[in-house]
Design a protein around this ligand. Structure first.
Ligand SMILES: Nc1nc2c(c(=O)[nH]1)N[C@H]1C(S)=C(S)[C@@H](COP(=O)(O)O)O[C@H]1N2
Ligand SMILES: [Mo]
Length: 221
């Protein structure tokens, strides 16, 4: 197990240790593969109607006047957006399912936000970029491949079911990558970094899978 060196201050250490143990023990692994063309529920998941809250135990209060979203790294035109500037970007709507590694899935979530693809075009991401690293206000980080971020259903989301995303779910702006387990979708997003090399994030350095595809049950690894 990795040390607590990069654990954000105020995080729930007991909960983090328990989840790391789950990863080490391979808990919840069914050993089956799913096919999104035929099944809607990935292997080992069960359907919920509510939306559970999961995080490190720190739910930052974000003063909207101080909000900043930096989009930088290997890009030609980096951005540092205030909330009003972010909200003035073109908005899209998407409907998608969520799958959490702790086994719950929730269907038909209605989202509104900025398309990841549009954002990549705005900042002019370099050809050498292969990875994207998300940095959140609570100190959480997570990483995905360029291909996983560059999808039509990936959003910087600000609304869910017609309402602003609540603080506990990562408002005012969170990442949403519906085709991966939800730990890849950073809440309270502060910075999106485009990089040539990979940089495993908080859970990825504590036994979670680097990729996180629910259809291949990439929970741990
Ligand atoms: N900033 C931040 N984002 C985060 C987390 C976190 O602790 N901090 N936890 C991740 C994990 S492990 C999960 S399962 C989902 C949960 O999102 P939800 O609370 O909206 O269901 O957020 C992910 N994004
Ligand atoms: Mo999680």
């Amino acid at each position: 197990m990795s040390g607590a060196d990069d654990t954000p201050e105020g995080a729930n250490a007991k909960l983090i240790r328990a989840k790391q143990r789950w990863a080490a023990d391979g808990r919840l692994i069914t050993g089956t593969m799913g096919d999104p063309q035929f099944d809607r529920l990935p292997p080992g998941q069960r359907l919920v109607k509510d939306w559970p809250v999961l995080d490190l135990g720190i739910q930052p209060i974000i003063d909207e006047r101080r909000f900043r979203l930096d989009i930088d790294g290997a890009v030609r035109r980096p951005l540092s957006l205030r909330l009003a500037e972010f909200m003035a970007l073109p908005m899209v709507e998407r409907v998608s399912d969520m799958h959490c590694v702790t086994q719950w899935s929730r269907y038909d979530n209605h989202w509104q936000g900025v398309s990841a693809r549009a954002l990549m075009a705005d900042v002019e991401v370099s050809d050498k970029v292969r990875h994207v690293v998300f940095h959140a206000v609570d100190g959480y980080t997570t990483n995905v491949s360029r291909e996983q971020f560059d999808q039509d259903d990936v959003l910087l989301a600000h609304s869910w079911e017609g309402q602003p995303i609540s603080r506990q779910h990562g408002g005012p702006v969170r990442v949403l990558i519906p085709r991966l387990y939800l730990w890849k979708s950073a809440k309270w997003i502060r910075r999106i970094e485009f990089a040539a090399g990979d940089r495993p994030g908080f859970w990825e350095t504590r036994g979670y899978h680097n990729n996180g595809d629910p259809w291949n049950e990439e929970r741990y690894g």
